[in-house]
Design a protein around this ligand. Sequence first.
Ligand code: FAD
Ligand code: MLT
Ligand code: ZN
Length: 506
Amino acid sequence: MFPLTSSYNFIKRSVVGQCAFQKTKFFIQHFKFQQSTFSSTNRGNFKTATSKDVDFFLSLLGKSRTIQDVDELKVHNTDWLKSHQGKSPLVLRPKTTEEISEILQYCNKEKLAVCPQGGNTGLVGGSIPIYDEIVLSMNLMNEILHFDENTGVLQCQSGCILESLESYANEKNFTVPVDLGAKGSCQIGGNLSTNAGGLRFVKYGSLHGNVLGLKAVCANGEILDCMNTMRKNNTGYDLKHMFIGSEGTLGIITEAAILCYPKSSQTAVAFLGCNTFEQVLKTAQIVRRQLPELLSSLEMLDNEAADTLRDNLKLTVPISKHPFYVLVEISGSDSEYNEKKLNECLNLLMEENHISDGTIATDSTRMKALWSVRERITEALLHEGCGYKYDISLPLKHFYNLVKVMRRRLGTKVTRCVGYGHLGDGNVHFNATTKEFDLEVLNLIEPFIYEWTVQRKGSISAEHGIGYKKTKYLCLNQTDAAIGLMKSLKRLMDPNGILNPYKVLP
Ligand code: FAD
Ligand code: MLT
Ligand code: ZN
């Protein structure tokens, strides 16, 4: 038996689509800043902000919320991966839905383009201006509005930081249904606009299912109040879904009603070592079958990811070296029951030779340490120089083949090929790195990786969105008819195209 009351280590000793895209100088998906990357899109026919426009915003928001300071502008013009620097001369910091309404009404009339920005942790270039769009920062829209302890419905402004919402919900013995490595900076509005997946998806599912209502401001400044808090509400078209996952191209989300869940009092994390990917798949299958009511996360990383953590962050895996590691989190209300179920599951995995080493943690410090091995891979990769980042959904039988195929294809041209991701959701993150940006490497990866994925009925963007970086590949996953309808919706909701131009749609 593995006692769950304390941390415990165990080890088994014996144990394509139709569209055509050109291979242009469209260098994308690499971390290191390359101004040339974004030169293939022409600036739209928008007005450049004048001093008269600035005066309008100053009169509406005051000096402290109308930012023109060069250093502050730089922060808002640069994405998290430092892969692009926009040229916005102006950042606006509204505090209310009504202020956003006035801003958009004005921008729409004056044909000024706007880039909505949350925590700016997005990984596909959606949150930064491409040219001189005005940045609409949601940083000050961070009020919690209401919490219903009977239903768990949390209403808040969209600029609330995800981690703050989680702490708030925890105080009420609830938990929010989304969690990700960027939780300390990303905002719920950004999560909704990207329909973020993350680490709890396997338990709570998509935000489309966990958002009961929202308030949004349309391109013309009209306020659309869909702040429903009822679990069931089949009254006509469910318009909130238009804003979830549309990456700020159809409206600005200003408030949301999120369904939170009672917090499990007993949690445990197991970190397991597997020698083959077949063993990883078998482990996932058995964990799902043995722990259906307890499973709250099912994640994986490969040894190259572990090496990246060790080399760049001095963070080591807590068990002996293996080609693959699986992280299982369970959450329930009865520690004895959890212990029994987890023990039975791990014993089975050991007996059947699917895992050969592992460690379990139940105290929060150690669980956090185990989680950081998975959560900090993105940060570790940033230290490699130049990265090529992919976020792919695949049927599980193909999940790790992608990494193998890419590793063979790229050979010694890259420093590393790393695979990690949300095993429970069929979402693999493939990342390659080089010291300097290398066009040959990029051309070896793209469009090959996307075509390979689509041939296996996968998705070229499982959770990060399309943003600016993947627009030309949207056609691989969506039909012409679907893209046509998306464009019609965009024209209907934003006829002047001022909301987050150059993003999502090709
Ligand atoms: P931003 O990056 O500021 O914006 C993202 C998009 O939403 C942009 O298009 C922006 O214009 C739009 N937007 C932002 N706020 C609003 C609003 N209020 N109204 C309308 N549009 C808006 N993503 C995952 O899905 N799963 C993960 O596990 C995950 N892990 C991550 C780990 C790390 C370390 C990092 C750096 C990123 C990770 N991401 C992950 C990507 C990113 O954190 C998510 O996409 C997140 O949801 C973005 O939130 P944000 O507030 O930072 O939004
Ligand atoms: C993750 O799951 O860690 C995130 O989606 C970020 C990444 O892809 O690196
Ligand atoms: Zn992810």
